[in-house]
Design a protein around this ligand. Structure first.
Ligand code: AHR
Length: 491
């Protein structure tokens, strides 16, 4: 028996819908053959896959990060504008392929407009110069009679794109990155990029390049860049073939958010910084199987991965005062919820929690208290290939949950992951006030077993089942099935 205690007066933060953001990188079949496939019968006149657009729309994606990822650290954006036939194919050294440059800034902006999503561009701090970053801002946002704004006009785009979010480089700390640096060198270089980009358009929001949130890099870069940045990025990939190592590892997101929040608070206090600095979790997901470029990162997801993704989302809701932007890496084919072939697509298991959270979670996060037994998971059982000693963050309760309500307090939604592999768990939802529930729905993501996957032949092995519950009651008792996500919507 377990309980979830809900007090509508205990509001813990307002949720920014940008936490449901996506990410497309010029890598493998994410852009080419994913969102963009010219001359396909499934595409519109611009080359955008219509079936993919429909699936993305159902995810209610508010924001899209582009063009990388590792790719951006060797990308010269001017190669991707102007008449397509004049664009130079280039060697692509992040993933060792060839970049045709058929999809560039104008195509990305056009896609964002069509999909009604906010663009988020990460600049090249590897082979790229300050001037390239600055002129990219001017090309996108310039309103004056200047060369780069006029070039955008000449390319058929009279109105500025008003790109608000700009990332200062990608994973600059990693040896795998083109142009990797020490944190001290990054602070120096990023400061100069930040100044000139903001002078070009003072309205933009800058995202500093963070590591996991608990590394020495973060200790140096956060105070070093605090004056200039509005967001600080974190990246986290988890995963394991071992069920519990897989579903419990997103506890690292809680740790990362609390750890980086503390560094930000200290930097803002010490430096008397008045503007807020939020976390942009601009790459997160389960990713451990298809690591190599040769497999084009085409990870296939099972039910346990969907549970891990649900716990990431729970963590973002629980820390909604800290994390105001997040991008699932990535959107299509490459470590992605949507998987295409030239003939169609199927939705991977991880698609379903993303859809449920974006559709049902409300604007205000609630500080709920969960009482449930813990799972007996120790350091020795941790089979995660990443080497982050996350078991020390335990004990881990069987239930992982987050809750939200709307401004009137009339709609309450609770996302509950029952992480037990075998046991269903009967749970009482206890409300602090006398709340009478008029209607209650449960949306469940589950499958035969934690290894269940979807594919082209069996696309619905893991899907969303909807149940209508009894209503007119004050407390509700609900049994959360083993290895499931349940999103309860109460009104
Ligand atoms: O999302 C795949 C890759 O993971 C990105 O290119 C990089 O930023 C990260 O290492």
């Amino acid at each position: 028996m377990a309980s979830i205690n809900i007090d509508l007066a205990r509001k813990s933060g307002s949720i920014d819908r940008n936490i449901y953001g996506g990410f497309i990188e010029q890598l493998g079949r994410c852009v080419y053959g994913g969102i963009y496939e010219e001359n396909s019968p499934l595409s519109d006149e611009h080359g955008y896959r219509k079936d993919v657009m429909a699936a993305v729309r159902d995810l209610r994606t508010p924001l899209l990060r582009w063009p990388g990822g590792n790719f951006v650290s060797g990308y010269h954006w001017t190669d991707g504008i102007g008449p397509v036939e004049n664009r130079p194919p280039q060697m692509e050294l992040a993933w060792h392929s060839t970049e045709s440059n058929r999809f560039g800034t104008d195509e990305f902006m056009d896609y964002c407009r069509t999909m009604n999503v906010e663009p988020y561009i990460c600049v090249n701090m590897g082979t790229g110069t300050m001037d390239e970053a600055r002129t990219w801002v001017e090309y996108c946002n310039g309103t004056g009679n200047t060369y780069w704004a006029n070039l955008r006009r000449k390319n058929g785009h009279e109105e500025p794109y008003n790109v608000k979010y700009w990332g200062l480089g990608n994973e600059v700390y990693g040896t795998w990155q083109i142009g990797a640096m020490t944190p001290e060198d990054y602070v120096k270089k990023a400061t100069e990029f930040a100044k000139i980009m903001k002078w070009t358009d003072p309205s933009i929001k800058l995202v500093g390049c963070g590591d996991t949130g608990w590394k020495d890099w973060d200790d140096i870069v956060i105070p070093g860049l605090a004056q200039y940045i509005d967001y600080y990025s974190l990246h986290l990939y988890t995963g394991s073939d071992d069920y519990y190592s897989n579903v419990l590892a997103p506890a690292l997101a809680d740790f990362a958010l609390e750890s980086s929040r503390a560094i930000i608070d200290r930097a803002r206090y010490n430096q008397k910084i008045e503007h807020p600095i939020y976390i942009a979790y601009d790459e997160w997901n389960v990713w451990y199987r298809k690591r190599a470029a040769e497999t084009a990162l085409e990870e296939r997801y099972n039910l346990s991965d969907a549970l891990a993704v649900s716990s990431f989302l729970n963590s973002f809701i629980r820390h909604s005062d800290t994390v105001k932007l997040a991008n699932l890496a990535q959107m299509v084919n490459v470590i992605a919820p949507i998987f295409t072939s030239p003939e169609g697509l199927f939705l991977q298991t991880i698609y379903h929690p993303l859809r449920l959270f974006a559709e049902h979670m409300q604007d205000i996060a609630l500080d709920i208290h969960v009482e449930s037994e813990s799972l007996p998971f120790t350091q020795e059982q941790d089979k995660s290939p990443y080497g982050f000693p996350f078991a020390s963050l335990g004990p881990f309760k069987i239930l992982d949950a987050s809750a939200t309500c709307d401004a009137s307090g009339k709609t309450v939604t609770i996302a509950v992951v029952n992480r037990h592999r075998e046991q269903d768990l009967s749970t009482t939802l206890k409300f602090a006030d006398n709340v009478t529930i008029e209607s209650a729905y449960a949306y469940e993501v589950n499958g035969d077993n934690p290894n269940s996957e979807n594919d082209f032949e069996q696309p619905n092995e893991v899907s969303i089942q909807e149940h209508h519950l009894h209503s007119g009651e004050q407390d509700i008792t609900y049994t959360f099935p083993a290895h499931s996500l349940t999103l309860l919507r109460l009104q």
